[in-house]
Design a protein around this ligand. Structure first.
Ligand code: NAP
Length: 320
């Protein structure tokens, strides 16, 4: 049986990845960090998964776990994934996202060196490495110039993937654009919107406070991005890939689509714009060009913007 190791297994993408790999007959091990509720949900969906306690920032623990598990595929999805949180905790963000990736890559390379069996690594990089890009859409050759602590930590990890690839490790970085699902935490704007639309439709909420409604993002469906990571790690050649839909929409578009789907005619009367929620360093538009992933991996997004919004609203209407 083939063995995979996943950091961030209790997160949105980690859960979808665990389901995919278990479904394919892989033995799946994951690193777990804190909340018990996320762990309980994961074990309910995929009881076959073996969990190991540990922090990405603890390099010696990572190395010990990898020695025990001896995976052939490692997926690095763990870390601080919120730009807002990275402004509140820049040192922690650098330690977990940046140094954590360094510890994992070093442990993977060392495992391969000691046992002689190939170890492959797929790392979840981010569109935030491009900061506020001057070109649109962005691709794998767009200059890396982050504008946020999160982006900077991801840029460091992104470069390190290339360093270890040159050192002889099969390491791929997928530059992920925003991808959503009903499993997205409520602290992210998309989920905040879909949950508010569901609650307002049920008379359980009065207002929704948002930041910049004009910010444009390239939103896709999370399981598609997990599929892209799997395709990248199993390709003949280790490369970096942009995974994106190539279409951007504004936060305003997202609100309108969500509220309309929830049966609310005029969204404007429920939404308040708060300057304090507009984030420093936020890109006006992120839009990715996934031509390379399409040509080399045969990857294409399966869901439209409307599909993503409707699935999230439907799930929140059912929950509320
Ligand atoms: P997520 O839902 O926020 O999950 C993050 C995971 O990282 C959680 O399992 C979390 O565990 C774990 N984690 C946090 N701190 C850790 C630490 N110190 N040690 C070990 N694990 C730790 O993120 P996601 O949306 O699934 O995203 C997966 C990856 O893709 C992340 O690296 C993210 O930065 C990247 N990415 C995501 C998007 C997107 O739109 N979703 C876009 C670009 C890039 P706890 O809950 O226990 O803390």
């Amino acid at each position: 049986m083939q063995t995979a190791f996943v950091t961030g297994i209790t997160g949105q993408d980690g859960g979808y990845l665990a389901e995919r790999l278990v479904g394919e007959g892989w033995q799946v091990h994951g690193l777990v960090h804190s909340p018990d509720h996320a762990r309980a949900e994961l074990m309910e969906r995929t009881p076959e998964v073996v969990l190991h306690e540990g922090d990405l920032g603890d390099a010696s623990r990572l190395s010990a776990v990898l020695d025990e598990v001896r995976p052939s595929e490692i997926y690095n999805l763990g870390g601080i994934s919120s730009v807002a949180l990275s402004w509140q905790a820049p040192v922690l963000t650098a330690a977990v996202n940046g140094l954590g990736a360094a510890g994992l890559l070093e442990a993977a390379w060392s495992l391969q060196e000691r046992h002689g069996a190939q170890v492959r690594v797929a790392h979840a990089s981010s569109a935030e490495i491009f900061g506020a890009p001057a070109v649109s859409p962005q691709d794998e050759n767009t200059p890396i110039r982050p504008h946020t602590p999160y982006g900077a930590s991801k840029a460091f990890a992104h470069h390190l993937v290339d360093v270890y690839r040159r050192r002889g490790l099969f390491a791929t970085a997928c530059i992920l654009y925003n991808h959503e699902s009903p499993r997205r935490p409520e602290t992210f704007v998309t989920r905040k919107i879909t949950l508010a639309a569901a609650r307002i439709a049920h008379g359980a909420q009065q207002t929704l406070a948002l930041g910049n409604l004009d910010a444009r993002r390239d939103w896709g469906w999370a399981p598609d991005y997990v599929d892209g990571l799997i395709r990248a790690i199993r390709h003949d050649e280790a490369q970096d890939y942009v995974l994106a839909t190539g279409i951007s929409h504004s936060v305003r578009d997202f609100v309108e689509a969500a509220f309309t789907h929830a049966g609310i005619a005029d969204w404007t009367q429920w939404v308040e714009v708060e300057a304090a929620l507009t984030r420093l360093g936020d890109a006006v538009e992120q839009r990715g060009d996934a031509t390379r992933a399409g040509a080399m991996l045969g990857w294409t997004p399966s869901a439209s913007f409307e599909d993503v919004v409707h699935r999230m609203v439907d799930a929140d209407l059912a929950r509320v």
